[in-house]
Design a protein. Structure first.
Length: 167
């Protein structure tokens, strides 16, 4: 099953004009979840495909206005939490869907290697999302213990990118 932009708009129109509060649809290469709270007149639409994820917030509006819905991507902060079973390591997770890059450009030295000592605010990788290069910075003074993603690989929101040991 495939959904294009027009199909998505028609589906949103149908759900907006109904009493449906939650809707979920999954295909081979996408997952669509629509959740809305009729009390505050807002809808949260979360679509995610195998290599793409978009979050949109819209208000129930006229049918013609749904054709002008803008895609909004707002990266949240990098989540850094200890992995289960290893309390001495902290996981650095992806704050967004995108493409992981270890260096600023092809052929350049990577920002970090296993064993690298990093400082708060130091760039540790780049995530490209919607043609925007987002530098991911360390929140800790630490040592890189593991790099779990290959250069140029697509990553999902919340995917573990690296494990570090705080110093």
């Amino acid at each position: 099953m495939k959904l294009d932009h027009d199909d998505l708009n028609r589906l949103i129109d149908k759900i907006s004009s109904s009493d449906i509060q939650e809707f979920s649809l999954e295909g081979e290469d996408f997952k669509l979840e629509i959740k809305r709270n009729l009390l505050d007149e807002r809808q949260l639409v979360n679509t995610s495909a195998t290599n793409n994820s978009v979050d949109k917030q819209i208000s129930p509006i006229s049918k013609s206005a749904t054709d002008n819905i803008a895609l909004v991507s707002t990266p949240s902060e990098v989540t850094q939490v200890p992995p289960p079973g290893r309390s001495d390591l902290t996981e650095i997770t992806s704050p967004m869907v995108g493409t992981f890059y270890r260096a600023a450009a092809p052929g350049e030295e990577p920002f970090v290697e296993i064993g690298s000592q990093i400082n708060v605010g130091q760039t540790i990788c780049i995530l490209e999302a919607m043609k925007l290069m987002n530098e991911i910075e360390s929140e800790f003074n630490a040592e890189i213990v593991e790099i779990l993603v290959e250069n140029g690989t697509p990553v999902e929101f919340g995917q573990v990118l690296m494990r570090i040991k705080q110093v």
